[in-house]
Design a binder for this molecule. Structure first.
Ligand code: GLU
Length: 420
């Protein structure tokens, strides 16, 4: 699983393929390419944990820092049974470009532990988390590397991370991590931030294309923090949500789904299954529905050379990181689909993570409105900058976003020079 697999489905290759196109259009000097294409630092650790039955299981965990040129590495920690090193590398690099696209002063990093959080008790999760944090602690720090939630982790995991780090450092250090519970120095608006950013980008795209949200339908793949909140936010904008799915499959109703009912059902049973109000569809069918807006908000590599021809949406807003492969990009372009790339579309999350870090360092907290207004300003400006870059260079939105991000990191790298 962890050896380098060069294929359409290797996310790190997919990242580098887009990076190379953007770097070529920017005319980046060869000396910079090697620096920006690779990760600055990677740690792999063994995490021995006593399970509830008394046995010891050794988990594998990673923390990768792709770049700290523009600020501390920033990015989530993923708990999933299929996590692997190239995926974490790609996710770390995407964080670098994402933070640069929205111009927040962070680099990019990502962490992962190979485990299935849905099959573990709360005690086991806590022990995995604390031992993982203890194992990577030397490279973490509010000015070094600031983790956050990602797939399979949440505010509780961040609270344990904050506590473990603070105990070792003999100090109260909330700025070590973002996405924490509010009482522990979390920010208002952080939980909704990624989904709200997805909505804001989609709203801007609709304006740009002269489409009215009230005449549009959408399908959302994913019903977690990103998928469900994106669906709710788009619904509030007037878009009719006709389909949503989770890992087990989805629901389709051409008249529009009862999202509040789905939200309540998910809070109770943690899966969509058992909610009626639509017909069952699979996770591949949801991508091929005849909708105006498609929001892949689950995981990587769901739109590939194998199914891209069947995509019918006019707009794809990438709530997930890396849902489209580099091979799929070409066909999406040919089909004239307006893609809002992940490093822009889901950047609302890290934008509010930045606000959380700022508030923690000031020990002065903002209102929900202050958070939302500042975030909206950043998302709207970043969307405009990407679309403007795409127009000026006649490239896709994805390559435009990479160009914007890569150029900002390249500028700083040149200024800082190479320490010898
Ligand atoms: N895991 C989220 C992402 O992929 C959030 C990262 C953060 O807030 O640092 O963007």
């Amino acid at each position: 699983m962890n050896q380098h697999v060069s294929s359409e489905d290797n996310p790190f290759d997919a990242m580098q393929a887009r990076f190379d196109l953007a770097a070529a259009r920017l005319g980046l000097e060869p000396n910079l390419l090697g620096i920006l294409r690779s990760c600055e630092r990677e740690i792999t650790i063994s995490i021995p944990v006593v399970l509830d039955d008394g046995s010891v299981k050794v988990f594998e965990g990673y923390r990768v820092q792709h770049s700290t040129a523009r600020g501390p590495a920033k990015g989530g920690i993923r708990y999933a049974s299929n996590v692997n090193r190239d995926e974490v590398r790609a996710l770390a690099a995407w964080m670098t470009w994402k933070c640069a696209v929205v111009n927040v002063p962070f680099g990019g990093g990502k962490g992962g532990v190979i485990c299935d959080p849905f099959k573990m008790s709360k005690g086991e999760l806590e022990r995995v988390t604390r031992r993982y944090v203890a194992g990577i602690m030397d490279i973490l720090g509010p000015d070094r590397d600031v983790p956050a939630p990602d797939m399979g982790t949440d505010g509780q995991v961040m609270a344990w991370l904050m506590d473990t780090y603070s105990m070792h450092n003999r100090a109260y250090l909330p700025a070590i991590v973002t996405g924490k519970p509010i009482g522990l120095g979390g920010s208002l608006g952080r939980i909704e931030a990624t989904g709200r950013g997805v909505m804001l980008c989609t709203r801007e795209a609709l304006k740009h294309l002269g489409m009215n949200p009230k005449d549009c339908t959408a399908a959302v793949q994913g019903a977690g923090n990103v998928g469900l909140i994106s669906a709710l936010q788009l619904h509030a904008l007037g878009v009719k949500i006709v389909a949503i799915s989770d890992v087990h499959g989805g629901l389709y109703n051409e008249k529009g789904l009862d999202l509040e009912g789905i939200k309540a059902h998910l809070q109770k049973s943690r899966k969509l299954d058992g909610f009626d109000g639509g017909t069952k569809i699979t996770n591949s069918e949801i991508l091929e529905l005849p909708v105006d807006i498609l929001v892949p908000a689950a995981t990587e590599n769901v739109i590939t050379s194998r199914n891209v021809e069947n995509i019918k949406a006019k707009i794809i807003t990438e709530g997930a990181n890396g849902p489209c492969t580099a091979n799929a990009d070409k066909v999406l372009d040919q089909k004239g689909i307006f893609v809002i790339p992940d490093i822009l579309a889901n950047a609302g999350g890290v934008t509010v993570s930045y606000f959380e870090w700022v508030q923690d360092r000031m020990a002065f907290f903002w209102t929900q409105k202050e958070v939302e207004d500042r975030m909206e300003h950043i998302m709207v400006e970043s969307f405009a900058a990407v679309v403007d870059m795409a127009r000026r260079f006649q490239v896709s939105n994805r390559i435009a976003a990479y160009m914007l991000g890569v150029n900002r990191v390249a500028d700083i790298t040149r200024m800082r020079g190479i320490y010898a």
